[in-house]
Ligand binder design. Structure first.
Ligand SMILES: *[C@@H]1O[C@H](CO)[C@@H](O)[C@H](O)[C@H]1NC(C)=O
Ligand SMILES: *[C@@H]1O[C@H](CO)[C@@H](O)[C@H](O)[C@H]1NC(C)=O
Length: 264
């Protein structure tokens, strides 16, 4: 481009910036303002969806910390998300990142190279239960959730089932570590088999002595016990930070999405 044309372009840009600061400003404004009273509910819907999407990010990054129920105005957003392509896609991407890491791990062949999976919202989906219980907008009801667990009909999360098979193929041992309690062992095993899982070397459930322990403490203690038995914990997959944080850590931890509930 010639010098003259470059100068002309600069001049035009400078002029347009001065002349149209207001329109530029409105183009650049990313967040819709709260709709004024009397405006169509469409604007409100867009603002809510944007808020809920950002809220979901804050939940996944653990910036939100502990929360008890989803924001009431995000019920439809969460419903659409867990039933839509995005939830499946998020699982697909995280599973393939997990697999990329797994492929770099040298497997000793002594049966001590393990991958830990949480169960609920990691291997199994409780979306059918949450669909009739407000998608996390209602306070957790342990009685009705236990009734659902006893049915043993939670479907597999497809990307997790694929990853599970691939990890077995690479030579990893599968360890399942769940906050469910020992008296749910039978229904949990039945459900895992129903959903297509198999060949885990251990299914660790909360014992009576674990009741009342924060999930993070209980799960860290169990990882420590595994290491004491000589297991090498390469990867850990869970939908809660409390599945993954606390010492000892797996070499790599993979946080799966869950905008329906938070476990301390
Ligand atoms: C919790 O679920 C049980 C069993 O479905 C039900 O009887 C009970 O009313 C529920 N409790 C609340 C507070 O909703
Ligand atoms: C465990 O589940 C199997 C299969 O559904 C059932 O036949 C068996 O009675 C159950 N056992 C216990 C102790 O509940």
């Amino acid at each position: 481009m010639g010098l003259f044309r470059s100068l002309l372009l600069l001049l035009l840009l400078a002029l347009s910036a001065v002349a149209s600061a207001a329109p530029f400003h409105s183009l650049l404004r990313a967040v819709p303002e709260d709709p004024a009273p009397g405006r169509s509910t469409d604007g409100e819907g867009v603002a809510d969806r944007l808020f809920c999407d950002s809220w979901r990010l804050s939940v996944e990054t653990n910036d939100a910390g502990y929360w008890r129920t989803i924001p009431q105005k995000c019920l439809k957003f969460v419903e659409d998300y867990v039933n839509g392509d995005r939830y499946a896609s998020d699982f697909d991407v995280i599973s393939s990142e997990s697999l990329s890491f797994a492929e770099t791990v040298p497997i000793a062949g002594d049966g001590k190279d393990v991958w830990i999976f949480d169960i609920d919202e990691t291997l199994l989906s409780n979306v059918p239960y949450y669909a009739i219980n407000g998608y996390g907008s209602e306070v957790f009801n342990e009685t009705s959730f236990d009734e659902w667990v006893d049915l043993a009909r939670a479907p597999a999360l497809p990307a997790s089932l694929r990853l599970y098979e691939e990890l077995i193929g690479l030579g990893f041992q599968m360890v399942l570590l769940t906050g469910r309690s020992e008296n749910q062992r039978n229904s949990t095993e039945n459900n895992l088999l129903y959903a297509g899982y198999h060949s885990w070397i251990t299914l660790i459930l909360r014992q009576t002595s674990d009741l009342g322990k924060p999930a993070l403490v209980y799960k860290s203690e169990r990882r420590a016990a595994l290491e004491a038995q000589g297991f090498r914990i390469h990867g850990s997959s869970g939908d809660q930070w409390s599945d993954l944080l606390g010492l000892p850590l797996a070499k790599r931890s993979f946080k799966l999405p869950n905008p329906m509930y938070y476990v301390d």
